[in-house]
Design a protein around this ligand. Structure first.
Ligand code: COA
Length: 151
């Protein structure tokens, strides 16, 4: 959580928790705590517009990040009124760059609920493919080392 802002996306700080929970409330999601943003291998990035947080993404790496094949995008949410303006894609790009720089992972992966079709479209457009199913969830993966310059 020490890098500077880049394209409106910057590492989250503790002070962003309230804004993140406002976005979650808008989306009818339960509030989370700081541990959901930064504990157990998690790093969170926020996207801002005129200083206000408009979206966030959390990437999670296990402790063995230097023997890792898959880095997880654990959360990705964008404020309702700003959706479909490229914020989610910018956060995914930052998550991908971070995973490339900080781990040996060759792929990103994520789990998304079956009914979140718009989210799946976003991920597919970014290069994810459906690689499995787990209960009501869809597992998606994306290779991240082949075209690092695109990220
Ligand atoms: C899913 C989500 C993270 C995407 O972020 P976003 O900023 O809206 O996405 P982008 O603007 O980067 O859009 C990228 C692509 O996703 C798809 N997409 C995004 N929103 C869409 C919508 N409402 N309808 C159809 N396709 C959509 C499109 O393919 C879009 O590309 P295009 O606009 O060039 O066609 C965001 O919409 C969101 O938070 N949704 C509600 C919660 C959710 O479903 N979260 C995922 C849980 S895992």
């Amino acid at each position: 959580m020490i890098e500077s802002s880049e394209n409106g996306v910057r590492p989250a700080s503790e002070a962003d928790l309230e804004a993140i929970n406002k976005i979650r409330a808008q989306l009818r999601l339960t509030a989370i705590g700081l541990e959901d943003l930064s504990s157990e291998g998690r790093t969170t990035f926020v996207s801002t517009q005129s200083g206000a947080v408009i979206g966030y993404a959390t990437v999670r790496f296990p402790a063995s990040r230097h023997q890792l094949q898959y880095a997880e995008v654990e959360q990705l949410f964008v404020s309702c009124d700003i959706q479909r303006t490229g914020v989610g894609t910018a956060l995914l790009q930052r998550a991908q760059r971070f995973a490339c720089a900080e781990t040996t992972a060759t792929h990103l992966y994520l789990r998304v609920a079956e009914e979140f079709e718009k989210a799946q479209r976003c991920y597919i457009k970014f290069g994810f493919k459906i690689t499995g199913r787990e209960g009501q969830g869809v597992l998606m993966t994306k290779p991240i080392r082949e075209h690092e310059s695109d990220a």
